[in-house]
Every structure is written in structure tokens, then in C-alpha cells.
Design a binder for this molecule. Structure first.
Ligand code: MN
Length: 136
């Protein structure tokens, strides 16, 4: 048994993987035979991930605020607290906050054989982001 006390450090989302200020708290960390990786992710208004994929897919569950997500080639969807989204393995996508609200989600996935949670692509441009439905 391992207890990790509240007070372990919140980390900032790296600029190469995110646009805007994003903060991550570890919820579950892979170890031994467990491949479960879970994080509580706080997106500040306008912040979002870069385009990316997950080798074994990913579930996000929105807990607060108002968010956006998009699969490559599809429309930008508005997501709200209680909404659950599954991204298929290898599906190119991004997720983040709307321009004027925070968005917090729990993110859950299984890492691959090498321990990789994601493969990162290019940033979501301001032009791509501006195509979101008006939520103001
Ligand atoms: Mn993702």
C-alpha cells in the first residue's frame, strides 16, 4: 500500500503539449502491473491541449466548467459537467476550455507497453479554436 498525501505538487502542462495555462494533479500513476494513468486537469479559459492521440484510447469526464473537444475532421463539441467522452486508440483529437470559462476534467487511460500515455502532434491554432460554437 502506498498513500500519496494531498500536497504532492500540481504540475503545469508543458508548453509543447498545451496552449495556455493548464494544471495537472496525478490521480493514478502506472506501477507494477497497473497501466492506469489518471489525472485531474484544470484548463484556464482559452487553454487547450495540442492535437494528440492515445495508444489505448482515453476517457475524459468533465467535473466543472465548460469545455470543448474535437476529433480530426469533425465539429468542435461543447462538453459540460457530467459529460463523458471516449477517444478511440489512435484517434487524433484535442480537448480544452471554452474562451471564457475554466474546464476541469478527470482524464483516464491505459499506457502502452513502453509506458507512453500519448503521442503529441501540432498545436491547435487560434483559427481552428475560433471555429467553436459560441458559448458566451
Ligand atoms: Mn486526449
Amino acid at each position: 500500500m502506498q498513500i500519496t498525501r494531498n500536497g504532492s505538487e500540481t504540475t503545469s502542462g508543458p508548453a509543447e503539449w498545451f496552449t495556455g495555462a493548464v494544471y495537472l494533479d496525478a490521480v493514478a500513476v502506472p506501477s507494477s502491473r497497473s497501466r492506469v494513468n489518471a489525472s485531474s486537469v484544470h484548463f484556464t479559459p482559452g487553454a487547450r491541449t495540442a492535437w494528440h492521440t492515445h495508444p489505448n484510447g482515453q476517457t475524459i469526464w468533465v467535473t466543472e466548467g465548460l469545455g470543448l473537444c474535437q476529433v480530426r475532421g469533425g465539429p468542435i463539441e461543447v462538453i459540460r459537467p457530467g459529460d463523458r467522452v471516449f477517444f478511440e486508440p489512435g484517434e487524433e483529437h484535442w480537448h480544452g476550455a471554452v474562451p471564457n470559462r475554466f474546464m476541469i476534467h478527470l482524464a483516464m487511460l491505459d499506457v502502452d507497453d513502453e509506458g507512453h500515455p500519448a503521442a503529441w502532434l501540432e498545436h491547435v491554432t487560434d483559427e481552428e479554436y475560433a471555429a467553436a460554437p459560441d458559448t458566451t
